[in-house]
Design a protein around this ligand. Structure first.
Ligand code: IMP
Length: 193
């Protein structure tokens, strides 16, 4: 089956394709579907923002749509940057900003988690699935794979940026959410997806 992903973020799109294509779901980008909108993400939660994006693109797509809203929640910062992860600092210095804010925070207090909420909309209605990935914030950037805060997010001994994409997808928040999504689509559309 084909679905449109409501995003202009190439990294999210790549990871969604890596995770969903082996499960028989072809992911078309918003751009490939000819949809040039960027809805304002003014929700208070990941789920609200994901639904805003998915519903806006569904109005124009005419086939099932998914949208990912995700971010990093750091315990020592009261859950920040959370839903503001993309806007908290310019993209090029997001990791540095986080390391600055975490300066002096001891190892045992550096816990954090990534959350990914994927909203889906089709002719049967809408819903959301959620995936989390727990870890800790490192003391320096490590690794060159992935995107966003991956170089400072330790999952075990390595940061997500030190993992291959298959390793990251197997334990990431996005992987967890998208595997649940595939179960939802299997229920809705049968074994073909
Ligand atoms: P949004 O979902 O487009 O509002 O933005 C999510 C932001 O959270 C991204 O710009 C990244 O900064 C961060 N983020 C979300 N998922 C990941 C991930 O898998 N790795 C690293 N950073 C992420």
């Amino acid at each position: 089956m084909k679905i449109v992903m409501a995003t202009n973020n190439e990294n999210k799109l790549r990871e969604a394709r890596e995770i969903l294509s082996p499960l028989g779901i072809e992911v078309i980008s918003q751009r490939e579907a000819g949809i040039d909108i960027e809805p304002e993400e003014n929700g208070a939660t990941f789920a609200e923002n994901a639904l805003i994006k998915a519903r806006a693109v569904y109005e124009l797509a005419g086939c099932p749509v998914i949208a990912d809203d995700s971010g990093l929640c750091v315990d020592a910062l009261g859950g920040a940057p959370g839903v503001f992860s993309a806007r908290w600092a310019p993209k090029e210095i997001q990791c540095e900003r986080l390391l600055e804010k975490m300066a002096g925070v001891p190892d045992e207090a550096r816990t954090a988690y990534f959350r990914c909420v994927v909203a889906y909309v089709d002719e049967n209605g809408s819903g959301t699935v959620t995936g989390d990935c727990h870890g800790t914030i490192s003391h320096e950037k490590r690794g060159t794979n992935g995107f966003g805060y991956d170089p400072v997010f330790l999952c075990g001994e390595r940061t997500l940026a030190e993992m291959t994409s298959d390793e990251k997808n197997a334990l990431s928040h996005r992987g967890a959410a998208l595997r649940q999504l595939s179960d939802v689509f299997q229920e809705r559309y049968g074994a073909s997806c």
